[in-house]
Design a protein around this ligand. Structure first.
Ligand code: ADP
Ligand code: MG
Length: 385
């Protein structure tokens, strides 16, 4: 495994990314702003990142020739896609510096492994049971009900989850999920949800971004607010310290997002993590001195990681495909009216086809005060409908 960071500086080196979604696109933009050449590997010829990279390798994530071409051209390689096969990252790591590692990404891909890692890092998560067999199902403690049954792998945006109140519902839900490995979590009384982005360098240095408070609709992130209006300084520090421990204990290099629940009784409980920049960290693009995408570039390229100061209050609104429809009628959202509002920063991902629930872009609203950011975000939301 190549553990050495690239020695070339911006302007001379090439950075690669596995996956061509919007996170890859914003990573490519950040890398290019620093003067890097960029290469994306993604099977989709129209992938948002592939469209803007210097080179787009259209190949499957496990395609040997595609991986060889990526390794050949790049000085360091990262991933923007959580479910990229860990094996592909391991193969690349035989020839080039890869961050985060396949081993770290593998932990994040499996909810059971992820929870075991949280516990091993000394960070409390929801009471849960891993269900891989009928015996596991029968042995589930009554105290875990009502609960949420989640597939161990491949879940996102609330997909692959079922809420269950009784043992009968649990059995039916596992059946409906085709008896794949699952995690049953106790349903917790949530006061709010927050997340924190940290970036860790190969030298072990960790920087923390300000904590963000998140609002989900139908299992999909809808709104992020920073500074987090209902989270104390002490809790922000606790979340950051927990995320740093979680990153350090898997020798993580790169940007990591850790999601937490704050319970009604005030306790902080870790939910899940993503081994990459995260939707809830998009506010950093316009409200911090360094964005989460630039932090990813810096971490993988061995550049200094400066603590990213928040210079504006921010509200991020996710722009889902639903906003491209008015009833059954297709339309283009009124960007001219949105951009006439002060402090609005529109980010569209270059996806040609709008579908309900599809992430098409996001709108960051920045302002001198949280109240002003919230007011303008409210006006933008009213325009977008
Ligand atoms: P995803 O990978 O789809 O984001 P999450 O595990 O984050 O899955 O769950 C999606 C949402 O469901 C969370 O943001 C939260 O609102 C709710 N949720 C998940 N687990 C629990 C739980 N144990 N108790 C209460 N609410 C939960
Ligand atoms: Mg989540």
């Amino acid at each position: 495994v190549v553990t050495g960071l690239p020695t070339k500086l911006p302007g001379e080196a090439t950075l690669g990314v596995m996956g061509g979604g919007q996170l890859g696109r914003m990573f490519v933009h950040a890398a290019q702003a620093l003067g890097y050449r960029t290469v994306v590997l993604d099977p989709d010829p129209q992938s948002p990142a592939g469209l803007v990279a210097h080179e787009h390798i259209h190949a499957d994530y496990l395609d040997a020739a595609g991986l060889a071409r990526l390794a050949e051209q790049c000085d360091a390689i990262t991933t923007e896609f959580e479910n990229v096969p860990a094996q592909a990252l391991n193969t690349l790591a035989e020839r080039r510096f890869v961050a985060p590692s396949g081993a770290a990404v593998a932990i994040c891909q499996d909810r059971a492994d992820e929870k075991a890692h949280f516990t091993a890092s000394g960070v409390a998560c929801a009471p849960h049971a891993v269900i891989r067999s009928q015996a596991d199902l029968d042995a589930v403690a009554d105290a875990l009900l009502p609960g949420i049954l989640k597939t161990a792998r491949m879940g996102y945006d609330g997909k692959g989850q079922q809420r269950v109140k009784t043992r009968a519902e649990l059995a039916a839900a596992w059946e409906a999920l085709k008896r794949v490995p699952c995690v049953l979590e106790q349903m917790l009384p949530l006061k709010l949800e927050l997340s924190v982005i940290v970036a860790r360098g190969a030298d072990g240095q960790v920087v923390q971004f300000p904590v963000q408070q998140n609002l989900h609709r139908d299992g999909i992130l809808a709104v992020t607010q920073v500074p987090a209006p209902d989270v104390s300084e002490a809790m922000q520090a606790e979340a950051g310290a927990s995320a740093a421990r979680i990153a350090a204990s898997m020798d993580y290099v790169g940007v990591l997002c850790v999601e937490f629940f704050v319970l009604q009784d005030g306790r902080l409980v870790v939910n899940e993590m993503a081994p990459r920049p995260h939707n809830s960290g998009h506010y950093t693009m316009d409200a911090c001195e360094v964005s989460q995408f630039e932090a990813q570039v810096r971490a993988m390229a061995g550049l200094p990681l400066c603590a990213p100061r928040l210079h504006s209050a921010a509200v991020m609104l996710n722009l889902l495909g639903d906003q491209w429809f008015d009833g059954s009628q297709e339309r283009t959202p009124a960007w001219d009216r949105v951009l006439a509002l002060p402090g609005t920063h529109l980010h569209l991902y270059g996806k040609t086809e709008a579908r309900r629930g599809r992430k098409m872009g996001h709108l960051n609203v920045t302002a001198a005060t949280p109240a002003e950011a919230l007011r303008v975000a409210g006006e933008a939301a009213a325009i977008l409908g």
